[in-house]
Design a protein around this ligand. Structure first.
Ligand SMILES: Cc1cc2nc3c(=O)[nH]c(=O)nc-3n(C[C@H](O)[C@H](O)[C@H](O)COP(=O)(O)OP(=O)(O)OC[C@H]3O[C@@H](n4cnc5c(N)ncnc54)[C@H](O)[C@@H]3O)c2cc1C
Length: 426
């Protein structure tokens, strides 16, 4: 039940873009005693994970510890824990470190990979949602090169050097582009005993165009850029199965490969305890225009895990960082307004546009008032991503790495660090 007495115990699950912005908005308001719970002790800048996976950046460039971000906040606590259940009757979370009580709760758990029930794919394909997964993918790619050298069987060697990316949204496109640049600028020099022409990067998309959320011109340019880099683009191609050795397509044909990156679907990271009628298609929490979860007075959801269904957004907002940031910001302003007895305002998404990079000097940008591609788009992409990183340290590291990579054509962080025998589940 909502209490209008202050201070409130405000518990936030997940330190993604949404909750980070909410905490910033509530900085030092003693009326809100904030506890952030996350299963990692750092915030992850997901848009640059593909650069970690392809050896262009180290993991510390895209992550930053929560305790450091909020060290000067007087109303902030952090708990490293995984939330397993929400007991909405008792206003309590069940976590792996014990129960945590709340007066108000904000769920900002983001999203996870959706394999649409394809069990083999879930077992064998790689994912790219977290730093452990990005490091695992990097190690996997490098290990395949080493395996390819060790086999004299040409069929097997080709299979090790076939890299398949499924799903042509930003993650798929950017990873495919990065792999193609790896083939061009690293493979011939680091692995002279391998014929680098044997390495093939395949980007497979069930729909009729790449980057379906962007404009037609951005899709067409993305395809052109990828093909210039040597990526084999498969449109209108459904994937049926992957058994760890070969990927099978809807028409029954198969391609031998050891590495498939599945970036073809996501669903909200739900936590049990919320009533079913407050969940849209088993995937996201239904929220009203103040991000309050349907049927609850003191539970909010923001970002990827929230679906604000309106006439304008029948499927909710897109799962992008700007939505999460703006929802966190609006929720923070509304919480302060409510505390002061002022009017709360509904959330309104200000779409700033979208962009993706395909490789050096190749990017596509769709802004509300202009669309452009190529080198200028690439510079704009770099600038925006640098500015959005959470700390000054991250910005410096990323900038220095990018300069180094630009002038040397290198992807220097080619380390196989893999304490796991199988792919990482996070
Ligand atoms: C590879 C990749 C590339 C992307 N590129 C772009 C891009 O170019 N532009 C763009 O706008 N968007 C991009 N996105 C999407 C963007 O990152 C998300 O929309 C955004 O991160 C959503 O923010 P959020 O606050 O909802 O949650 P997230 O940032 O996903 O954070 C969720 C947090 O919740 C924590 N968590 C989850 N479950 C639990 C639990 N049970 N207990 C405790 N903690 C939990 C996680 O550890 C995580 O820290 C990309 C995403 C990925 C994966």
């Amino acid at each position: 039940m909502e209490t209008d007495s202050y201070p409130k115990r405000l518990v936030l699950i997940g330190g993604g873009f949404g909750n980070i912005q909410l905490i910033k908005r509530l900085k030092n308001y003693s009326s809100f005693q904030i506890t952030l719970i996350d299963k990692h002790n750092y915030h992850t800048f997901q848009p640059l994970l593909y650069q970690v996976a392809s050896g262009g950046l180290g993991s510390d460039a895209v992550a930053y510890p929560y305790r450091k971000i909020f060290r000067n906040y007087k109303n902030f606590n952090f708990r490293l824990a995984e939330v397993q259940e929400i007991d909405t009757e008792k206003n309590m979370l069940l976590t792996n470190i014990g129960p945590v009580e709340y007066d108000e709760l904000v769920i900002g758990t983001g999203s996870e990979t959706n394999f649409y029930g394809m069990e083999n794919m879930a077992k064998w394909a790689m994912e790219l949602k977290s730093i452990p997964q990005a490091l695992d993918l990097r190690s996997n790619i490098l290990q395949e090169f080493e395996e390819a050298i060790n086999t004299v069987n040409m069929g097997e060697r080709k299979a090790y050097l076939n890299f398949v990316v499924v799903g042509a949204g930003p993650t798929g496109v950017e990873t495919a582009g990065a792999l193609a640049e790896f083939k061009k600028h690293v493979l011939p020099f680091d692995y002279p005993e391998l014929d680098h022409n044997l390495m093939q990067v395949h980007l497979v998309e069930a729909g009729s165009r790449l980057m379906p959320a962007m404009s037609e011109i951005a899709s067409a340019k993305t395809k052109e850029f990828l093909e210039e880099l040597g990526v084999k683009v498969w449109l209108n191609t459904a994937v049926k199965d992957f058994d760890g050795k070969a990927i099978t397509f809807g028409d029954g044909t198969a391609l031998e490969t050891r590495t498939v990156l599945w970036s073809a679907g996501v669903k909200g990271s739900l936590i049990s305890g919320i009533k079913e009628d407050a969940i849209l298609r088993k995937s996201r929490y239904l929220v009203d225009e103040t991000n309050k979860v349907k049927g609850y007075d003191n539970i909010y959801a923001i970002g990827d895990v929230a679906a604000m269904v309106t006439d304008k957004t029948p499927n909710g907002h897109p799962g992008v960082a700007q939505v999460a940031i703006q929802q966190g910001d609006r929720l923070g302003k509304n919480m302060i307004a409510r505390m002061l007895g002022r009017k709360q305002n509904p959330f309104q998404y200000n779409d700033l546009g979208s962009m993706a990079t395909i490789g050096r000097n190749r990017a596509v940008v769709d802004l509300p008032f202009i669309k452009f591609q190529g080198r200028i788009a690439w510079l704009a992409w770099m600038f925006i991503h640098l500015m959005t990183l959470v700390s000054f340290r991250n910005r410096v590291i990323v900038f220095v790495n990018w300069m180094w990579n630009y002038f040397t054509y290198e992807r220097s962080i080619r380390l196989i660090i893999r304490p796991f025998t199988t792919k990482t589940k996070d």
